[in-house]
Write a protein that binds this ligand. Sequence first.
Ligand SMILES: Nc1ncnc2c1ncn2[C@@H]1O[C@H](COP(=O)(O)OP(=O)(O)OP(=O)(O)O)[C@@H](O)[C@H]1O
Length: 355
Amino acid sequence: MSDAATMSTPILKLEHLSMKFGGLVAIGDLSFEAKRGEITALIGPNGAGKTTVFNCITGFYKPTEGMITMTRRDGSTHLLERLPNHEIPAKAKVARTFQNIRLFSGMTLLENLLVAQHNKLMLASGYTILGLLGFSGYKRAAAESVELAKYWLEKADLIDRADDPAGDLPYGAQRRLEIARAMCTEPELLCLDEPAAGLNPRESLALNELLMGIRADTGTSILLIEHDMSVVMQISDHVVVLEYGRKISDGDPSSVRSDPKVIAAYLGVDDDEVGDVLVEVGDEQVIEELDVAPDPEHGPGASSSMFAGSVSDTIEHSDEDERIAVSKGASKAAQVEAKEARSAEAPDTTSKGAK
Ligand SMILES: Nc1ncnc2c1ncn2[C@@H]1O[C@H](COP(=O)(O)OP(=O)(O)OP(=O)(O)O)[C@@H](O)[C@H]1O
């Protein structure tokens, strides 16, 4: 495949993905694409289904329905929902990090990055002790692994601490080490679950620089779950917004940021903070569109938090069919859609009055 053709193909395509846990629909009929070489952010309030999407992509969950297609640089395609999860990093070249840091804290930084290259080293050894001891191929592979580990320690600004135990690093540096470790598997798609969680502004900036460096230097595509909007808006090329497992917006950061459905989903309509956000967005039309009565029973309306309203607060159990259904009015995005539909249907009273 030519470079131009490769760049224009989506690296990842989700089609009609659904994931149900018993009666709970964590993801419902979700479709979106991530383009090669881009940073795609997946955002949404708590419980929207973001981590579940990651777990389906990386094989931790097998989706109830739908297809996830990964297209590699060489043009080969892999249906991730059909691959055993241990084959997803090696065959499909997808790597991930987790919400909770998962490093080997007693091992040095360098050792952590060498462990990540275990598969490559075992292959070079021919899976024999003799291979480990004698093969020149193994020695070459071992030397290359150390070089690659050092390269990523440099990029993550951690080379000075290569021989320190990973557990001794400050939190922000541990986050960067996790990303460096994932990059040692030479992925084509890097999935990061809340990499900026718990970081101070200086650490957030270092993270942004690392991620933009990865995109620029290696062309690796990044799929990012993130609550920190400063990270999302600064580094993403494309943003997909989920609410209750469904996509409510999909586009470039500025269009998503001013989408009334997104503002409603995050803030709850009629919330005091809506005004602040709209001032930031600078869109008076949005202010009018959001003039919808709040639902006192459901949703994060009483909270001012950017990420208020967990799913457990806003869903109810229906005894009739044993499904957990999102109650009417819980979806703030749906409220905005309903308001738009009502105004489209309403007769034009102004012109009648003028006659
Ligand atoms: N293994 C599971 N069994 C049952 N329910 C689950 C499971 N995993 C996720 N869920 C439910 O699916 C819904 C979506 O959860 P998920 O963790 O994907 O949301 P999220 O958007 O990543 O939230 P957060 O931002 O808080 O991490 C939630 O209601 C959650 O309780």
